[in-house]
Design a protein around this ligand. Structure first.
Ligand code: B12
Length: 136
């Protein structure tokens, strides 16, 4: 009896505490904009989600398997982890000095350039992830 009361009190506390998800599987919705500043081809926007405090890579994998036409590949850097190599069939190239830049439009419309890659970035709800084919 005591245990049951304690359990419901804990559950109530979890539901009431701001910022604490009711379950660890809560979805954090994000959109993904694919854009190209080298050849100015058509932009594409997709919707997906990451789990609570999940990494962007997980959201991109989920988006890829949702059959919306979004495709990506990545390589594994020994020091920094996943490096976004190609998006929708277009790959970055050392010879052409091109790469897929990772930008994020936050909910107050500011565009930031994360100082980590797709394997470390943890999106917040309703952020727009911008994958921009760019030159360096
Ligand atoms: C040059 C450079 C780049 C170039 C690399 C191109 C090239 N062929 O030279 C370009 C412009 C492509 C680049 C891109 C990015 N970079 Co950079 N880059 C560097 C820099 C200044 C030097 C790397 C280097 O040449 N090292 C010397 C060589 C001999 O060692 P290397 O191991 O072979 O270097 C390779 C890796 O560093 C790799 N690489 C470069 N950046 C990144 C980022 C990630 C996430 C990964 C997995 C690999 C990777 O490319 C290098 C060449 O092959 C470092 C900072 C520094 N001073 O070390 C940042 C650095 C590695 N980059 C960083 C970041 C965050 C990025 C981006 C995610 C930025 C963004 N928001 O778009 C993107 C990667 C996006 C993607 N597609 O996944 C961070 C990584 C931190 C982290 N823990 O994740 C660093 C440490 C800078 C920082 N902000 O502090 N980068």
């Amino acid at each position: 009896m005591k245990t049951a009361a304690l359990l419901s009190a804990t559950l109530l506390l979890l539901l009431l505490l701001p910022g604490v998800p009711a379950t660890s599987s809560d979805q954090t919705p994000i959109s993904v904009l694919v854009t190209n500043s080298v050849s100015h081809s058509l932009n594409k926007t997709y919707s997906t989600y990451v789990v609570y405090r999940g990494i962007l890579l997980g959201g991109l994998k989920r988006l890829q398997s949702s059959n919306t036409g979004f495709k990506f590949t990545y390589t594994e850097d020994p020091n920094y982890g996943p490096y976004l190599q190609s998006v929708n069939g277009l790959a970055g190239s050392t010879a052409k000095r091109t790469y897929w830049e990772l930008l994020v439009k936050t909910t107050n419309n500011t565009i930031i350039r994360p100082d980590v890659g797709i394997g470390c970035y943890i999106p917040s709800a309703n952020q727009q992830i911008i994958l921009k084919y760019n030159k360096y």
